[in-house]
Design a protein around this ligand. Structure first.
Ligand code: DGJ
Length: 714
């Protein structure tokens, strides 16, 4: 009897030990509403057990089936696209990863980081999967570290940042493709068996044909306000690839990372390769919810000066192009003051002497002020800006060189170009080799020298017009590293800029939105969404970028594009982003100018809603001839609704616009503001419930017509 009792106790404690181990090997990564759960199988390998709406009772994750291997490796039993492919020192191409341990820490900003370590028992190579969960905005960020513990170098052929798997009846992918001046066109498709890849190979930037974010709707086509939607963005300002692969059981794997195209990366013994981060959110409130999650996270945690104010500006690019002198610039400072904006931004064309920058064919690389245009440097312009009480901002494109430049003549060895073939020019220029630390120093010095000479420069527009073509680095020992090292070199430079000038506002620009990703936005306060500033096109382009970027990061300028559209229509569109003007003020009528001045004042007054509030896309421009978007302050006390009629049809039936995000129980006063006649018009008093259930008639049959409504809680 005594013996039996002892055996039972031993058995019970063994069982307890087993269940304790199994339990401790369930690794939940959770935000307020999202659960991403990993667990260790009996074979010691790591599996993604769950990804979806967080379960109320975390213990129930254990009841779920094991799922798909968490970080699929090449060469083992799985038939599908791997996340990791290592060519080992001995020529073996297979990797098998076993769980070692995991740890979780709470960071000072409230986010929670989890690290899961895996190792290949045959080679000792280590993989660490890092996750940071931002509970309050349902965003999770993830990246991977791969360490070579072999005796010789290993080659990483594929090295994804993230692998997420789904098991649902259907998947719908939304991509945002286009071209220069035609960015971010929304297109949705159902994913069927097989692979769909979204990727680019532009080297120095990621977009020209495809914005670097996507949405994936689980189960049904994506809706604005309902349904489960994954939104993702890779933090990498270069070649990227998202692979969506549906298998024969209908399961979907989503692999995100640097595009492995021509980028096999060799790491020495003891070295660690760190992938870029993949940022994602899983919303149960459709695309709108996913956008608001990203907007909140971006402002709070990610974007340079994310919680800070943004400067309105007057830019001279479309008003003067390369044709200006000191007198014109001084006048532009006065114009900025007249308009009421915060800053005058001087664009391209101010530099180079041996080969003056009077067109885009010469001068890039020679960053001295052009003595013809600026005989006294920027001093008189800065003086005038000070006198007018406006800031001064400056355009640079420091990563590029024109063959007609002194830099090219003295430093051909700094240029990415094929040594034994004719040069190919994109916009008459070539890309500097940022894999070379000397080039990094030089690129940093372009901004640093200007800032040292003119500490008053309050803003830079950092452009990058050429992708990498005819790829060859005079510096790299392994040419396959260039795509990756270019971007790493860029980040080295930007780290230095940020460390030395933490307060400096900088616009990320790349011939339109060639650059627009959340890693870039660690260093930049905003980005240029498109060279196309036709307000109709902008309604679509801004709709696209608003899917994951908050309004304060999307630069939107009023220009002379589309002569049919009124200054009001153009300005109302630009007011949904970071407002700027790129027009010749002297071509405006008195009334147009008066309206524009009012718009700047109203924009400044409404910034707490437009820049800091929650965005609700109410009516899509893709659905017809009208569109509407609104912004609501966090305390729901104030909202601004923008409504646009583009090209309404004759006798078209018009419907009310139903608002969102208000407090149903509050009473609101609604008035139409920012009218061309500068007289606000009262619309009435309504409950939040009425405005969200019945809505108001905001659309008209007039073409290129716009209205802005201010909604204020009583
Ligand atoms: C491309 C940018 O997108 C434009 O806004 C302008 O800055 C030009 N470059 C200047 O060359």
């Amino acid at each position: 009897m005594k013996h039996m009792k002892k055996t039972f106790l031993l058995l019970a404690s063994a069982l307890m030990a087993v269940s304790a181990t199994a339990e401790s090997k369930i690794i939940p990564i959770e935000t307020e509403n999202v659960g991403l759960v990993y667990s260790v199988g009996d074979n010691g390998r790591l599996y993604q057990r769950y990804f979806g709406k967080k379960l109320a009772n975390a213990e129930e994750y254990a009841k779920l089936p094991q799922g798909i291997e968490a970080y699929l490796t090449h060469g083992m039993e799985d038939y599908f696209e791997p996340a990791l492919h290592i060519n080992h020192a001995d020529g073996n191409q297979s990797t098998l990863l076993k769980y070692v341990d995991s740890s979780t820490t709470t960071n000072t900003d409230g986010s929670v980081s989890t690290v899961i370590s895996l190792v290949d028992p045959a080679y000792n190579d280590e993989v660490k999967m890092h996750f940071t969960a931002y509970p309050d905005c349902d965003v999770i960020t993830t990246y991977t570290e791969i360490t070579n513990n072999e005796k010789k170098p290993i080659e990483l052929e594929k090295y994804a940042s993230s692998l997420l798997t789904f098991n649902a009846p259907a998947y719908y992918l939304t991509q945002y493709d286009g071209d220069w001046a035609n960015e971010a066109n929304l297109k949705e498709q159902k994913l069927e068996f097989g692979k769909k890849q979204l990727d680019t190979n532009l080297g120095s930037r990621h977009n020209m044909f495809l914005a670097q974010f996507f949405q994936l709707s689980i189960g049904a086509p994506a809706q604005e306000n309902s349904g489960e939607v994954l939104a993702g963005n890779l933090g990498w300002t270069g070649n990227y690839r998202y692979t969506f692969e549906v298998d024969r059981e209908g399961k979907l794997r989503v692999i995100s990372g640097i595009n492995p195209y021509n980028s096999e990366y060799t790491i020495a013994k003891g070295e660690t390769f760190t992938t870029p981060e993949f940022y994602f959110t899983l919303s149960q409130e459709g695309k709108g919810g996913a956008s608001r999650n990203f907007h909140d996270w971006a402002r709070q945690y990610k974007v340079k000066d994310g919680m800070g104010d943004r400067m309105t500006l007057l830019n001279n690019w479309e008003a003067t192009y390369f044709d200006f002198d000191e007198a014109k610039l001084i006048q532009l400072c006065k114009d900025a003051k007249t308009l009421g904006v915060d800053m005058f931004l001087l664009d391209d064309g101010w530099f180079a002497n041996k080969y003056p920058r009077n067109s885009d064919t010469a001068g890039l690389g020679d960053w001295g002020e052009n003595v013809e245009k600026l005989p006294n440097g920027f001093y008189p312009v800065i003086e005038e800006a000070k006198k007018q009480g406006v800031k001064f901002g400056l355009w640079i494109e420091p990563e590029m060189v024109n063959p007609k430049s002194e830099l090219y003549e003295t430093h051909k060895d700094w240029v990415i170009t094929l040594p034994n073939r004719d040069e190919y020019y994109f916009r008459n220029q070539l890309v500097l080799d940022l894999s070379n630390p000397k080039v990094q120093d030089y690129v940093f010095s372009v901004l640093d020298d200007l800032k040292t000479k003119y500490p008053e420069i309050a803003f830079f527009k950092w452009d990058c017009n050429s992708p990498i073509t005819n790829i060859y680095s005079p510096y790299e020992k392994n040419q396959k590293h260039l795509y990756v090292d270019y971007v790493k070199g860029l980040y080295n430079v930007l780290e230095r800029v940020k460390a030395k000038y933490p307060e400096l506002a900088i616009m990320m620009c790349a011939g339109g939105s060639g650059r627009g990703d959340y890693k870039g936005l660690e260093y930049f306060t905003e980005f240029w969404a498109s060279d196309n500033t036709d307000p109709i096109e902008r309604l679509f382009i801004q709709w696209g970028f608003s899917q994951i970027f908050p309004s304060k990061t999307i630069c939107a300028h009023v220009t002379s594009w589309n002569r049919d559209a009124s200054i009001k229509f153009k300005t109302d569109v630009a007011m949904m982003g970071k407002l700027g003007f790129d027009i010749n003020l002297h071509e405006l009528s008195e009334n147009d100018l008066r309206y524009a001045q009012q718009a700047v004042r109203e924009y400044n007054r409404l910034k707490p809603a437009i820049l800091e509030g929650d965005q609700y896309r109410l009516v899509s421009p893709y659905d017809g001839n009208h569109t509407s978007t609104m912004y609501v302050t966090k305390d729901k006390s104030k909202a601004v609704v923008f409504a646009f009629d583009v090209y309404p049809r004759y006798n078209e039936k018009m419907y009310n616009v139903k608002m969102s995000g208000l407090d149903a129980n509050k009473m609101y006063n609604v008035k139409e503001i920012n009218r061309y006649d500068c007289n606000d018009q009262n619309v009435g008093q309504y409950s939040g419930n009425y405005l969200m259930t019945v809505g108001l008639p905001m659309f008209t049959g007039n073409k290129l017509h716009s209205r802005i409504y201010e909604v204020s809680a009583n």
